[in-house]
Ligand binder design. Structure first.
Ligand SMILES: Cc1ncc(COP(=O)(O)O)c(C=O)c1O
Ligand SMILES: N[C@@H](CCCC[NH3+])C(=O)O
Length: 422
């Protein structure tokens, strides 16, 4: 097999004992591959953000809720946050204890709240009306509230979750109303949280958000924890040597402001963060095959089986992913050229990479889409009745293990009611 453009994965010895062509031959494509080693490294990186037992990493499982990955993350000593009863269900299956799960809901129904409450899982509410609902359902208990401090950040406006133009969190101007509802239902606010948005690469906005959240915290004397949120970015432009987010710098800044704040609050505090992408993005690569190479009116299209049903990010946010090329044939790339890599979905926007400069690509080549572990499979769909792919873990020993089967055609009709009369 030839590694045509594969500097990143070769340096990381990503694929273990098999190469990407062999992995596709063995499991078929498209295929998500995850490196256990890189996943564990990222968990350890983020756990070094703060010292001591009062710091908890809550993995935000919406980024990737594969059961096997959850078990590894749990094994690394992380807890989790959940966005839905489905996430809670899978997290319990992965072995997390209810006390290790924080349900950070948004527009949650009474049934969904009860689902969490009945399992002993702490709920965080993000509006006055949800706080009222929680109080009615579960008075004389503890509650957590998500605030919107006005600070937002993110790689695209669709993923900025703090500030004026977002549905999330309780605006800080409503703190008096929060206190009234707490009193009315005899609720004790034990934690507050926020999440300013996804994928920041410098520490500035996160620190501003933390400072603003601490100002909110000062107004509630009974807190046991403050959850500072996630959003830690990863270098998607590895071929351009993009710098990593400076976690050491962030750690130093956090230490200064949190220590100062704890001294004035006058009581020990637990601090949490909620990283999703940071833990799982870089451990995942999406592999697919080139089925067609064609030119339409001067644009050279590389037609693959990587439709936006398997990786939505480029279509939804215009997101960039580095591309690698692996080849089983002896074909030789003669030049670098700008090509547009597309999938097999019936929409013109089904583009993974537009006008990307790559060594000449041939049919049957394997394409690797890097940093696809976060919001890849978890946002995959059955659009065009395509099947969601299989997922394979490369263990720290370099063995490949199937951790989720590829869907089958039968899965596509599994939930139809064939006895329906109409
Ligand atoms: C409440 C909450 N916490 C954490 C995250 C994780 O974000 P990220 O994957 O950017 O760390 C998200 C997603 O943006 C979120 O909505
Ligand atoms: N899905 C987004 C991140 C948003 C996370 C959820 N608030 C992405 O792929 O970048």
């Amino acid at each position: 097999m030839q590694y045509i453009q594969a500097k990143v994965t070769q340096e990381a010895n990503f694929y273990g004992k098999l190469n990407p062509v062999e992995l596709i031959e063995k499991y078929g494509g498209p295929l998500y591959i995850y490196s256990e080693r890189i996943l564990r490294e990222r968990c350890r990186d983020i756990k070094r953000l703060m010292r001591g037992p009062n710091f908890i990493v809550n993995y935000s499982a919406k980024a990737n809720s594969n059961l096997s990955l959850l078990k590894i993350i749990k094994d690394e000593g992380c807890c989790v946050d959940a966005m839905s009863p489905g996430e809670i269900y899978v997290q319990l299956q992965a072995g997390f204890q209810p006390a290790q799960i924080l349900y950070i809901g948004n527009n949650v129904s009474a049934e969904e709240m009860n689902y969490a409450i009945n399992q002993g899982i702490q709920v965080s509410v993000d509006s006055l009306s949800q706080l009222e609902l929680y109080g009615k359902i579960n008075p004389h208990s503890t509650v957590v509230a998500r605030f919107n401090t006005g600070v937002g950040a993110g790689h695209h406006k669709k993923v900025v979750t703090g500030g004026e133009k977002t549905k999330f969190g309780i605006e800080t101007a409503f703190i008096p109303e929060v206190k009234d509802i707490l009193q009315k239902y005899h609720l004790r606010l034990i934690g507050i949280n926020q999440h300013i948005g996804s994928h920041f690469m410098d520490t500035h906005s996160y620190i501003s958000g933390v400072q603003a959240l601490l100002d909110v915290a000062t107004q509630f004397p009974d807190l046991e924890f403050i959850d500072l949120g996630g959003g830690f970015g990863i270098p998607y432009h590895k071929y351009e040597n993009e710098q990593r987010l400076d976690l050491a710098e962030l750690s130093e800044k956090l230490e200064v402001i949190l220590t100062k704040w704890v001294n004035t609050y006058g009581k020990q505090m637990n601090f949490k963060v909620e990283p999703g992408r940071y833990l799982v993005a870089e451990c995942g690569i999406l592999l697919g095959k080139v089925h067609t190479v064609k030119t339409n009116y001067m644009t050279k299209y590389i037609g693959t089986d990587l439709g936006f049903n398997v990786l939505m990010r480029p279509v939804l946010y215009n997101s960039y992913h580095d591309i690698e090329i692996y080849r089983s044939s002896n074909m030789q790339s003669r030049c670098q050229e700008a090509v547009t890599i597309v999938g097999n979905i019936c929409e013109s926007g089904d583009i993974i990479a537009e006008e990307r400069k790559l060594p000449e690509v041939f049919e049957e080549d394997i394409i690797g889409v890097l940093d696809a572990g976060a919001y890849g499979y978890s946002m995959a769909s059955n659009y065009n009745n395509r099947l969601r792919p299989a997922e394979v873990l490369i263990t720290t020993q370099g063995d490949d293990v199937l951790i989720r089967q590829r869907e089958t055609l039968e899965d596509l009709v599994r939930h139809y009611n064939s006895n329906a009369h109409y």
